[in-house]
Design a protein around this ligand. Sequence first.
Ligand code: ATP
Length: 367
Amino acid sequence: MNVKIEKLVKRFPGRDKNSPGVTAVDNFDLDIPDGKLVCLLGPSGCGKSTLLYMICGLETPTSGKIYFGEDDMTDVPPEKRGVGLVFQNYALYPHLTVRQIIKFPLENVKGEARLSKEEMEKKALEAAKLVQIENLMDRKPGQMSGGQQQRVAIARALVKMPNVLLMDEPLSNLDARLRLQTREEIRRIQRETGITTVFVTHDQEEAMSISDMIVVMKNGVLHQMGKPQQVYDDPVNLFVASFLGTPKINIFEGEVKGGALYIGEGDKGQRVLDVKGVDDRKVWVGVRPEGFEVSENGALTCSLKGIDVMGRDISVVCNNPASGEVIRAIISAENEVDESGKEVRFDLKPHKTFLFDKETEERLRFT
Ligand code: ATP
């Protein structure tokens, strides 16, 4: 089932007439293709959860439309949308067994659509098998690990085979190891069932690893949508470039003069690249950690602070006056860097170097 969002707005009023209120989701257009897993990614407070709750019907939009396939869902109550929901805190009933918890959504169905007891049992077992907890059916939540509890919550959301599965930070309560394991599980289950899934997270690594597409948002506004690698390789602005990637992209102050890029300004600028197609102006320069090449006569000189060995790669940690932060360059361990030296020089890889307008922070493309 594809999900289409048109010009969606959610404004929360202020507490009283002196507080201005918040636009949590601002004129949002989004097309989620059938059968894909899409992550809503952005910093805390950017409106991810509000958008998710509007898709499931728990929040009413101020304006705009939500469609599932051809059907306008904007005013349809949550229980009639055919959505499964998984929250950060698994919200399992402590006094029920796993079997009863998973069956709960089926027990709630009234009228003709209600299944027989045997059919409910069969569906509950199928959902439990999908998340591999079929041997825990008689346990209660208190007798299970956090990871197992979250699987129960996923089985409960899947038991009615929803049109759309919605997950709000489902992994945040799990420890690091379980988080990795459970995210792989979610990916597997999503692929097996082919259910269109919307997954909210503020963790860019999680989003990059799990999703078919990511939607990067800030202050209720969509900044970029695309395949994770495509967004990483081709960010539209400084915010998106900085939000994706570990270690973070390195940011310098720079200047374009006569088709050449200088890092640093005025007399202190170092000419680092030819950048055709960009007019003379001040810019932010973003260089991915893997965008540096150590070279004896390299164009950019940095003062060396240290070297972190990471096995296959090494991380060269250095400073440059044009950057307010420590620079991290990831290079192959086959490179030799003189650790006792005071300076290290780099050339920059053009496809790993991005320019942004100093004012608007929008990307400036060069050839
Ligand atoms: P987090 O990752 O911290 O959960 P989020 O990206 O999911 O953040 P939302 O919870 O959607 O963000 O909140 C978006 C904005 O709307 C925030 O500024 C928040 O304070 C505000 N907001 C959310 N719910 C309400 C509400 N019921 N009343 C007033 N403001 C709200």
